[in-house]
Each structure stands twice: as C-alpha cells, then as structure tokens.
Ligand binder design. Structure first.
Ligand SMILES: NC(=O)C1=CN([C@@H]2O[C@H](COP(=O)(O)OP(=O)(O)OC[C@H]3O[C@@H](n4cnc5c(N)ncnc54)[C@H](OP(=O)(O)O)[C@@H]3O)[C@@H](O)[C@H]2O)[C@@H](O)CC1
Ligand SMILES: Nc1ncnc2c1ncn2[C@@H]1O[C@H](COP(=O)(O)OP(=O)(O)O)[C@@H](O)[C@H]1O
Ligand SMILES: [K+]
Length: 513
C-alpha cells in the first residue's frame, strides 16, 4: 500500500473532486460519515459525553460534520473550536453554518479563555490540526493539547494526532495529542511507523473515503507499506521436479568463541526459509556443537580455534550471510578485507561485519552491488553517523544506500528497507522480538530467500515480513517475555502457511493497525 506525502494527499483530494465531479464539502461529508459510522458501530447510542475539539481548517471541518451527525443520532456532544487563526477554510465555515442551523453553538476557545472541563469518562475527538500543520502550534494551543492529554479521557484523533507534521519531526512533544485511536483517511502516513512519531498513535485504522483510484495507481510513492498482499505476489512455489540444487546454496560465515549460537540460529533460519543447501563457515571450536545441533547444515571450519582468521572455501555458494557473531579481532578484520577484495557473490551483511566495515569505510567499495546490510540502530549510527531525528536518519540512510548501491535495512518495530531511493515499511513483528538472536534469524531468512532466486530487494522485504509474522504467530503461543529467537524459527513454516490463509474480517482490521 502506498504511503504518500502531504502534497500528494492534497493532489489525491483534488483529483477525486475533479474526476468524481463532487464538491470538496461532499468529500468532507464522505470522510466524516466514515468517522461517524466507525463511532456509531461501537457506541450504539451510548449516553457518553463526546467532546469535539475542532480547528479552523479542513481537519476541524471534519470534526464539525462529525458533530452534526452525532447530534442527529442523539449523542451528547460538546463542540469546541480552537480558534487559532482567522484563516478559516471554506468547508469549515460551511459546516459551522450547518451546525448552527441545527442549533448547536460551538464554544470558541481563544488565547485567554478558560479550558473546558473534561471528565475521564468522556470521549475526546481531536480534530484540531490534520495534515495542514506547517509550524509549531502557539503556546496557548499547546496548553489545550496538554489539557486533552492530561484528562485521561479516551482520545480519538481525526486523520493524524494534532500537532504532528506529516513530513518532518515535531519540535515539542507537549504540543502533540496522544491518541488512543487514530482514524486516518484511506492512506497510511509515514509518521505512524517511525519511533519518534509513532508513539502518539496507540492504534490506527484506515477509513476508505473513495479517493480517485487512477491517481493513486499512477502516483510515484517514496514509501510503501508492506503487508501480506504486497509479499504474496512475490511468492515462488516449489516445483514438482525440482531438487535441492534448485533452491540454492547458502553460506553463513561467522561465529567466534562464545558466539557460535548466532551462526546456528542464522543457518537454522536459512534452512527453514527454504534454502536448498546451507553450509556454515565457523571457527574450529564450533564444529561439534554445530553438527550436533543442526545436522542438516554442512560445516567448513576455519583453521583457527576461536575466531575466523581466513575466509577460504571450495564451494560455490549462491549467496553469503556474513558477520553474525564473528567478532572484531584483528585477524578477522584482515580475513574480511581479503575476502571482500576478491568476492563477487551477493552478501547479506550483519552484526560485527558491519561494525568492522564502519571502522574501515574503504571496505564499502568492495561489497557487490545490491548486497544487503542489516544494521540495528547502533550499528546504523556507526555506519552513517548520528542523526537529529527519524526523518534525517531516513535521508542519511537512503543517501548511503544510493551512494554504495546497497540495500539498507533499518531494523526496529517497523523495519524499513531502503533501496534505490525508495523505502519499504514492514507491518509485522512485536516487542517480544526484542530478544537476543532475533536479528541473526533475520539474516538467515534473507539469505535463504536470495538463495532461492528472489532478487535481493524482494528477498529482504519478504524475509522481514515473514520474520515478523513468525514472531507474531509465536507470541500467541508463548507470550512476549518467553519469546526467543529459536521460537521465531519454529514458526517460520507457519508464517509461510499463513500467507495462503483466507483472512477473517476481524483479521483484516488487525492488519491495518
Ligand atoms: N484526502 C484527504 O485525506 C482528505 C482530508 N480531509 C481533511 O483535511 C485535513 C487537512 O486540512 P487543511 O489542509 O485545511 O489543514 P489542517 O490540518 O486542518 O490545518 C488548518 C490550517 O491551519 C493553519 N496552520 C498550520 N499550522 C498552524 C499552526 N501551528 N498554528 C496556527 N495555524 C496553523 C494552516 O493554514 P495557514 O495559517 O498556514 O494559512 C492550515 O491550512 C486532513 O487532515 C483531513 O482531516 C478531509 O476533509 C477530506 C479528504
Ligand atoms: N519492538 C519490536 N517490534 C518488532 N520487531 C522488533 C522489535 N524490537 C526488535 N525487533 C526485531 O528484532 C530483530 C532484532 O535484531 P538485532 O537487534 O540485530 O538482534 P540480535 O543482534 O540480538 O540478533 C530485528 O529484526 C528487529 O526488527
Ligand atoms: K487531528
């Protein structure tokens, strides 16, 4: 699903109005009717007080239409207009009149006015600012937002939590509404997925408002949200007359004394993702544990007991997963340099191999094009330097990926894959996966898909989806705390099977959250 920027959303708006021959206020009515339906379905006429806080733009206009519809259905409403500008939008004014026609007189709040009383049992509708916010809210507006946040009432935000910009980082957390639920119009917003801004939307859902499909299909998006529909089309079925050679040979290079488990996890994950053959290249000390714990994997040992000191093998792997548990010993750095200087096989690079490359930036030029780098936030910082906010992080990582023609994976709650200037935002996974070794599993999975002939970008995005989905399925059985990396591997098969399950309506709702 496409993630558009603010300007593109306004374009979608314009195209919808032109091509469907409707007025802008009809589109607003459509949007607010979806808001009303969502609330009405859940509240069923409950006598709860609904306090609507509306701005003076179209987000506020949505709030006013919603207020009118709620009042028509007998709900108890209090409408407040946060009167932050004289520059009121046409559709706001139109709907203000329509509300007044129904004898509803909003309470206008200006800089010096007292703040309305909010009980914790009330429901707050936050329609103060939408995607039109273009500067930090004034101090008195910030005070209102703080008042909403301190009220303990349930907050439902229209389109986005007020106070968030769509395309840049906020300056002051106090001026952002903390939404229990966001109902956003049709298109997901990038801010829902970034650690700094995602915290303001506890849950979010998309409401289809029938935006012009021709425009949406044609528009070039910088970010894409990845769910089941996106990855399913890439799935390669197993062929009847295939054999293990058909599905590639993965080589996993890594491990050091005390960190053989990392290679074990990656190799196991790689096999479970479908790689035809898997060979692990490890220091000698790992030979027996590796062969015992994972008989399906072949093993090549380094000449050194406790670390990788020379990367030499006589097989021809399809792809190499490099760096998990490898350490940063001087001999390993040398081995890595020698290996990179001649290697032409695509790489998936993780962990200490990334840290070594960060200290020896000249190695970057030796990495084959479209190899995959999978740093966690600290490793990313070592690679690209620090950033002032999530947006700068994305820009720096994107520039880095373009400069070296590499795929860069920013791991986290919503892992983002960057390639050729475009970002792919993952939707699966859960905090139970913040556990030792879960990144090693991901490296094995990406390697395993590349081995089977998926191009590196698809392999990466697909593996990240499956990795998160395995974690989501596993957590249903064991809970967040007990989730281990091995458990994620145990559920890779279920994650594949789950691709073909027909979704229940209730699951569909979960998917958009
Ligand atoms: N396709 C869709 O998705 C649809 C979207 N719809 C809805 O429209 C919403 C966007 O509406 P919007 O463009 O009127 O902007 P909104 O966020 O209401 O801001 C209002 C105005 O405030 C101003 N302003 C900005 N910052 C400020 C500040 N700090 N302090 C004071 N003033 C400030 C700025 O005007 P300025 O003062 O710069 O002239 C801005 O224009 C969208 O979120 C959704 O709810 C639906 O109705 C239909 C379909
Ligand atoms: N809160 C979270 N929600 C979803 N996924 C998470 C969360 N925290 C971590 N993960 C995932 O777990 C993995 C952790 O990787 P990493 O930090 O490299 O672990 P390790 O080095 O222990 O193997 C990444 O794929 C990341 O996206
Ligand atoms: K809002």
């Amino acid at each position: 699903m496409k993630i558009l920027n603010a300007q593109q959303i306004y374009e979608a708006d314009k195209n919808t109005i032109a091509n469907q021959q409707i007025t802008s206020d009809e589109l607003m009515e459509r949007a607010a009717t979806q808001l009303f339906n969502w609330m009405h379905l859940r509240l069923q006429g409950a006598p709860v007080k609904i306090q609507l806080f509306c701005g003076i733009g179209n987000n506020g206009g949505d709030g006013l239409v919603l207020a009118r519809q709620l009042q028509k259905h007998g709900y108890l409403i209090n409408v407040h207009v946060v009167n932050y500008s004289e520059n009121r939008s046409h559709d706001f004014l139109l709907n203000l009149d329509r509300l007044k026609e129904r004898k509803v007189w909003p309470n206008f709040i200006g800089p010096k006015d007292e703040l309305p009383k909010i009980d914790k049992e009330d429901i707050i509708v936050d329609a103060i600012f939408g995607i039109g916010l273009n500067r930090a809210p004034d101090d008195w507006v910030t005070e209102i937002i703080k008042h909403l946040n301190n009220s303990k009432a349930f907050v439902l935000s229209v389109d986005i939590p007020s106070g968030l910009f769509v395309d840049k980082a906020p300056e002051n957390g106090d001026s952002i509404v903390r939404a229990n639920q966001v109902l956003s119009f049709q298109l997901p917003k990038l801010i829902f997925f970034l650690p700094q801004t995602g915290i303001y939307s506890n849950q979010w859902e998309l409401l289809d408002i029938g935006l012009d499909q021709v425009y949406l299909n044609a528009v070039e998006n910088e970010y894409e949200l990845i769910g089941k529909n996106e990855v399913l089309q890439w799935y390669k079925p197993r062929e009847k007359f295939s054999h293990k050679g058909t599905y590639g040979h993965s080589l996993i290079i890594g491990g050091s004394y005390g960190k053989i488990g990392a290679v074990l996890l990656a190799s196991d994950a790689c096999l479970n993702t479908g790689s035809g053959l898997v060979t692990a290249y490890i220091p000698t000390c790992g030979y027996i544990p590796m062969q015992t714990a994972l008989p399906e994997a072949m093993v090549i040992t380094d000449s050194t007991e406790k670390m990788v000191s020379k990367i030499q093998f006589d097989i021809i792997p399809t792809v190499i997963g490099l760096g998990i548990g490898i350490g940063q010993n001087e001999v390993t750095v040398k081995a890595l340099k020698e290996f990179l200087s001649t290697n032409k096989i695509p790489l998936v690079i993780d962990a200490d191999a990334l840290n070594i490359i960060s200290k020896h930036k000249e190695f970057l030029k030796m990495i084959p094009a479209k190899s995959v780098l999978t740093p966690h936030p600290r490793e990313l910082e070592r690679l690209i330097g620090s950033w002032k906010d999530d947006f700068e992080k994305l820009e720096k990582a994107k520039a880095f990926s373009i400069k070296f023609n590499l795929i860069v994976v920013i791991k986290g709650a919503h892992t983002i894959t960057l390639c050729d200037g475009k970002g792919y935002v993952n939707t699966t996974g859960n905090p139970g996966m913040a556990t030792a070794g879960s990144g090693d599993v991901l490296t094995g999975m990406i390697t395993g898909l590349i081995a089977q002939g998926y191009d590196s970008l698809r392999a990466t995005v697909f593996a990240i989806y499956l990795h998160g989905r395995s974690g989501d399925l596993a957590v249903e059985k064991c809970g967040y705390q007990a989730l281990t990396a091995s458990e994620i591997i145990d559920f890779i098969g279920d994650a594949f099977l789950d691709l073909f399950k027909v979704q229940e309506v209730s699951d569909l709702k979960e998917d958009t959250e």
